[in-house]
Design a protein around this ligand. Structure first.
Ligand SMILES: Nc1ncnc2c1ncn2[C@@H]1O[C@H](COP(=O)(O)OP(=O)(O)OP(=O)(O)O)[C@@H](O)[C@H]1O
Ligand SMILES: Cc1ncsc1CCO
Ligand SMILES: [Mg+2]
Length: 293
């Protein structure tokens, strides 16, 4: 398949089912939060150097057990016992790319669900090739910002639209990315999540849009990477990847709202946000979740 092959669009937004009710989604997220805390899933992360600390702390705060196991020599024994695997290409090298491919192949073989965070995909050919190779091992969830999701859609030949990322940051909106989320989900048979001011999650049939969170979340590095790791925690315990994605987005977004009520600048927000991941309750989600129809 050529990178830029344009596929015929056989479906439109019209055949996507209507948005479920906010109360249903908040209830789902609250139940899965309680279940995650009860089961404390083990989450393997092969992630970038920047996110290593905050992603592990976010997983601990929400109630999961993080493990940053990268070595290809260890993966064949570790990935089968992990509840989920999170692969994040933020600080990619030839060596880490190889370690990631070995891990996702093991995950695919033994049935450990895994999530891909395609950080800064688009402008660099090496990174783009790695993302396409990783996608062949069928992630359960693809989670990126709007620019990253548009870039993966272009790589897959689903569009000629060019994303306009600025390094690891998005300059696109998730409403620009929404149709590509649906097309990618159908093309790869996975759940796709695009984050931003409004978060979009879809399995190719249902589309859910959530509008919690604070602009301060873009002022703390690797909060998106940490969201991917937290989503891995939910992926380990949720009945479906879409439910895992919705629960993670709901908990994370509401925690962002709550932390922004106590902290006004990035340094203190980072601390308040981790504290809130620990303190947040299902009732907080019910009271605050913003679902866009
Ligand atoms: N403008 C905004 N307003 C409110 N919340 C936001 C905004 N932008 C991002 N978020 C939230 O921040 C979190 C991280 O999403 P973001 O899209 O910034 O990830 P990212 O670009 O992959 O981050 P990074 O690469 O720095 O880790 C998500 O929970 C998202 O909802
Ligand atoms: C800043 C940065 N550079 C590579 S990964 C990363 C963390 C945010 O994605
Ligand atoms: Mg990111």
């Amino acid at each position: 398949m050529g990178y830029h092959r344009r596929v015929e669009r056989k479906y439109t937004l019209v055949d996507v089912r209507p948005n479920p009710q906010a109360t249903d989604l908040a209830g789902l997220a609250g139940r899965l939060l309680s279940e995650l805390r009860a089961r404390r899933p083990l989450v393997q992360n092969i992630t970038n150097y920047v996110s290593m600390d905050i992603a592990a702390n976010a997983l601990l705060a929400i109630g999961a057990a993080p493990a940053m196991v990268h070595a290809p020599e260890e993966t064949p024994q570790f990935t089968p016992i992990a509840g989920a695997l999170v692969v994040n290409i933020g600080t990619l090298s030839a060596a880490t790319a190889k370690a990631m491919q070995i891990a996702v192949d093991v995950a695919h073989k033994v049935g450990t669900p895994w999530l891909l965070d395609p950080v800064a995909v688009g402008p660099m050919d090496f990174r783009n090739g790695v993302v396409l190779d990783l996608m062949k091992a069928r992630p359960a969830i693809l989670r990126g910002n709007a620019s990253e999701i548009i870039a993966v859609a272009r790589l897959a030949g689903l569009t000629q639209t060019k994303a306009t990322p600025r390094g690891t940051d998005s300059t696109n909106t998730t409403s620009e990315a929404q149709l590509f989320c649906i097309e990618l989900a159908r093309h790869f048979g996975c759940t796709v999540v695009a984050t931003g001011e409004v978060d979009v999650a879809t399995d190719g049939q249902q589309v859910v849009r959530l509008a919690n969170g604070s602009p301060l979340m873009t002022k703390v590095t690797a909060l998106g990477c940490s969201l991917s790791s937290v989503m891995g925690g939910f992926l380990a315990i949720a009945p479906t990847p879409l439910e895992a994605a919705i629960a993670a987005l709901a908990v994370y977004g509401v925690a962002g709202d709550m932390a922004a009520e106590t902290a006004r600048h990035p340094g203190s927000f980072r601390v308040a946000f981790i504290d809130t991941l620990d303190a947040i309750t299902p009732a907080d989600i019910t009271g605050r979740l913003k679902v866009i129809a």
